[in-house]
Design a protein around this ligand. Sequence first.
Ligand code: TXA
Ligand code: MG
Length: 323
Amino acid sequence: MAQLPASRIAPIHPVDDPDARAEAARLLRAGQLVAFPTETVYGLGADATDEAAVARIYAAKDRPRFNPLISHVATAEAALALGQPTPDAERLATAHWPGPLTLVLRRRPGCPIAWLTSAGLETVALRVPGSAPARALLAEAGRPIAAPSANRSGRVSPTTAAHVAEELGDRVALILDGGPCPVGLESTVVDLSGDRPRLLRPGAVTREQLEAVLGPVELAAAGDTIAAPGMLASHYAPRAAVRLDATDRRPGEAFLDFGGTRPDADLDLSPAGDPVEAASRLFAALRGLDRPGVTAIAVAPIPEAGLGTAINDRLRRAAAPRR
Ligand code: TXA
Ligand code: MG
């Protein structure tokens, strides 16, 4: 990543050290990446409300696609202030938070979670980790922290600080070490944004435990949301058509530029041609340009390098014929 020379390996400090946590919280508030232990796996954390900080997560992981991320907070109250609580959510929060459970809820109006964190979705995934030092860090950061597992895309999730250092040591500002993760498996993800609860990802909280609280819980079909969250029907697609690799501007179109190719562009994802900056602006740009009178959003070519791959993946979906 641009702000860290490739040779610099992040310092590793004990998560139980209050000074280390204070430094980690400061770095997170400044938009930097910090790896930290939870009871499930190590997370690659960034300020969930900062589009640019979240873009750095995707860049560090080499993720070819914008999967929605979990926002971690210190208390159930904080979580339920971000998503719209349902009676099921309140019951599960009481029974299993703090703990290895993630709830997908509809965004509350004014929810500050960045669009890139939720990959453009109207829902947010929320978790209050069982690990007390993780919650202490979250409380000190004072804002939701987006954290996928702290591994490169396609690799196994890390359960020790050494795993994190191997995979991402040159891409984070700091690694907090809490020893081996006791659970060692990602959190259970339950979607409560629809009519009925759906288990999106099995995890440490079992289906039986969920059903003891909720009654029957259906399992999301394979190839459903979890295999390809970017294909969710509820995934934001602009009302206007999307035209890719545009070099001209046609009547009725809004022009979304990259790298300053057109002085008459409505918006430029990154005048400097930086794909990380472009990713941080992508979802807000699609929403902003999707206004009455605009028949199509013409998008300048974006090079298939680094985060450009994920940006183009998302744009191709937005441009695909509508069902
Ligand atoms: O245990 C865990 O959950 C770890 C630790 C670090 O907390 N985090 C983690 O994050 O596994 P990640 O990004 O690897 O997994 C997020 C999961 C994905 O399966 C994603 O599709 C789902 O949550 N998810 C997130 N937001 C969603 C949403 N709005 N709708 C549906 N699924 C969502
Ligand atoms: Mg993962």
